[in-house]
Design a protein around this ligand. Structure first.
Ligand SMILES: CC(C)(COP(=O)(O)OP(=O)(O)OC[C@H]1O[C@@H](n2cnc3c(N)ncnc32)[C@H](O)[C@@H]1OP(=O)(O)O)[C@@H](O)C(=O)NCCC(=O)NCCS
Length: 169
């Protein structure tokens, strides 16, 4: 039913359309395009969900900075969009799980997300404060979350710094 695969160049237009429709603004679509043009882009972690060969969802994981004594690159999950007519059918969850599997295979250490705890805790995300990871945004503790992967070590702590493309969302 749902097919998950990496994005390819011909998908760029429909990915922008799905993001714009889902969020009701162009900011997220532009964010995806800016990240794609940057050195933070990870081609195998920009995934689309298809139903009957039509793209109905998209997820992007890209590199963001975790700054302490050293700066480490970690994964940021954003944006995630499922076409409004296809929400609550498991597509968003399938995209997240597929991305997390790829992140594990790439031996990434952590994934960071700003989102609804009700949704993301089911995939193992927890408030970042328990890991001494600080949000750059003035948001409630429970919405800034991390998921540790097998390569996580205790030196993954500090303040998260997003590339400038995110400041325009
Ligand atoms: C959030 C979103 C990605 C979930 O994708 P989905 O395919 O609908 O989700 P799934 O079917 O896999 O999982 C269902 C869960 O998604 C969440 N969800 C789905 N639609 C939602 C909506 N309109 N508002 C809030 N949460 C929603 C709920 O937590 C729901 O769980 P529940 O049924 O136990 O309440 C999708 O609804 C979406 O694109 N929303 C708008 C954009 C957005 O908020 N993106 C996330 C940014 S962090």
């Amino acid at each position: 039913m749902i097919n998950i695969r990496c994005e390819t160049l011909p998908d760029y237009t429909v990915i922008a359309e799905v993001n714009t429709l889902t969020f009701g603004q162009e900011n997220e679509a532009k964010l995806v395009e800016e990240i794609r043009r940057s050195d933070r882009y990870i081609p195998e972690l920009s995934l689309v969900a298809e139903i009957e060969n039509v793209v109905v969802g998209h997820i992007l994981f890209s590199y963001i900075d975790l700054v302490d004594e050293k700066t480490l690159q970690v994964l940021g999950l954003a944006p995630l969009a499922v076409h409004p007519q296809f929400q609550r059918q498991g597509i968003g969850s399938t995209l997240i799980k597929a991305g997390l599997e790829i992140a594990e295979a790439k031996k990434e250490a952590i994934v960071i997300v700003l989102g609804h705890p009700h949704f993301y805790t089911r995939f193992g995300f927890q408030s970042s404060v328990a890991y001494e990871i600080e949000s750059p945004f003035p948001v409630p503790e429970d919405v800034f979350m991390i998921k540790t992967l097998q390569s996580y070590r205790k030196n993954y702590k500090g303040k998260v710094v997003y590339p400038s493309a995110f400041h325009r969302v």
